[in-house]
Design a protein around this ligand. Structure first.
Ligand code: SF4
Length: 161
């Protein structure tokens, strides 16, 4: 999968350098990423979803593990065997049943955050199935977009600096 740089956020100053040629708008009702992607779950994601009353065995696929190099990142969210969609995707409404509590990787998609010291590099996965990439009504991935969408994520990393 092709990935390209779209922005860098300085976590100390929250200054943003970005590529104005890229624009994004999530076409909410499309839900294709809920079927096409394998989503890694962090421990925090599992705990939050368990807090909603689900048991981990209902939504964690312990047979699919993610690694970065040789470091274990987490297990994947379960997919339904019948259609390959995420177990939390409502087949009728095409809506996520845990939208406000969804895993971080779902919130970030189609972006990937890579931390280098005090900088957070933002890359976008150029997945051909996502109609939001360079959407005609899309927004550039500038400071306004990033802080209105992911401020809490940046704050979490800022606390750890
Ligand atoms: S595939 Fe792209 S446009 Fe569709 S829901 Fe996912 S992020 Fe939004």
């Amino acid at each position: 999968m092709e990935k390209r740089w779209v922005a860098t956020v300085n976590l100390q100053t929250l200054e943003v350098d970005y590529d104005p040629s890229f624009k994004f708008k999530c076409v909410d009702e499309c839900g294709l990423c809920c079927s096409e992607l394998e989503i890694p779950l962090r421990d925090e994601d599992i705990e939050r979803i368990e807090g909603l009353g689900y048991n981990a065995w209902e939504f964690v696929d312990y047979e699919k593990a993610f690694y970065r190099g040789d470091k274990f990142i987490g297990y994947a969210i379960k997919k339904k065997p019948i259609d390959g969609a995420c177990v939390f995707l409502d087949p009728e409404t095409k809506r996520c049943r845990i939208y406000h509590h969804r895993p971080l990787a779902c919130r970030l998609y189609p972006f990937v955050f890579i931390k280098h010291g005090e900088n957070m590099e933002i890359h976008v996965k150029m997945d051909s199935f996502c109609p939001g990439l360079n959407h005609p009504e899309g927004r550039p991935v500038d400071r306004d977009f990033l802080l209105s969408t992911y401020r809490d994520v940046f704050e979490e990393y800022r606390r750890k600096l």
